[in-house]
Design a protein around this ligand. Structure first.
Ligand SMILES: [Zn+2]
Length: 249
């Protein structure tokens, strides 16, 4: 008894299964694309939040320093007033030192204020652009989402068709054959059947999947189609394409 029909059925099943693998790959890619798009929007929102916090902090510090500058200025005013009332050189020198100290503090704070104002300007400038930028990113994210949803719907349709095809095929398989097929598929993934092909250099026959040499005896067995032959390296079911149909007579 020849196994030609079994091989044909297995190849048809394999075509369906490889199609299902392709659908799964497309779905995974689509989901990854959506994840990336959503991540980009979330990341941008986080950036906007951080910039807003930096601005709030700068404005808070700005206010505190302004109050402190005023305090130092009042000290200077007070000490300057007192200078007219001092009676000794020592008192005068002490007051002069206090005034210099207060002025020094003020100066340092003015420098810090200048830094803060530059930072505030920069952050305010960025902030005013962010709303439009975020809207644009959200729009791009929505576009990707719509595209991905379309792709997923298409995949669901193809998967449904392939599942139906597969279901229809099942009845025609003998249990041991199907078991063997599924076993190879779960161990190797992808296609459980491999075509015997000629090695790129020519001459030698190799397994089309793992590219390991197929012994001439095995090639002969595959050509006879009297029994299933397996790759001695990857265990896939081997077949020869365009095997001349054996003469029934
Ligand atoms: Zn192989």
């Amino acid at each position: 008894m020849l196994i030609t029909q079994d091989l044909e059925k297995l190849l048809a099943l394999q075509a369906v299964d490889v199609g299902l693998d392709d659908v799964s790959r497309r779905e995974a890619e689509a989901r990854a694309r959506l994840d990336a798009a959503q991540h980009a929007v979330a990341e941008f929102k986080e950036l906007v939040k951080q910039e807003k916090k930096l601005l709030d902090d700068a404005l808070k510090e700005h206010k505190t320093i302004e109050i402190e500058v005023k305090t130092q200025e009042e000290k200077v005013k007070k000490y300057t007033g007192q200078m007219y009332e001092v009676k000794t050189n020592k008192e005068y020198t002490a007051l002069k030192e206090e005034i210099d100290k207060a002025k020094g503090e003020s100066g340092k704070m003015e420098d810090r204020l200048l830094q803060l104002m530059l930072k505030e300007d920069e952050l305010k400038g960025a902030g005013s652009r962010r709303a439009a930028e975020l809207a644009e990113k959200e729009k791009a994210g929505k576009a990707v989402e719509a595209e991905v949803n379309g792709e997923l719907a298409a995949c669901t349709k193809v998967r449904g068709d392939l599942d139906a095809q597969r279901g229809g095929m099942m009845a025609s398989f003998g249990k041991p054959l199907l078991f063997r097929y599924e076993q190879i598929r779960s161990a190797r993934g992808g296609a459980p059947l491999a075509k015997i092909v000629e090695a790129p250099g020519g001459g030698e026959a190799v397994c089309g999947a793992c590219h390991v040499t197929v012994r001439p005896q095995v090639v002969v067995l595959a050509a006879r189609q009297e029994e299933m032959v397996f790759c001695e390296s990857c265990a896939r079911i081997l077949y020869l394409e365009n095997t001349p149909a054996p003469n029934p007579a």
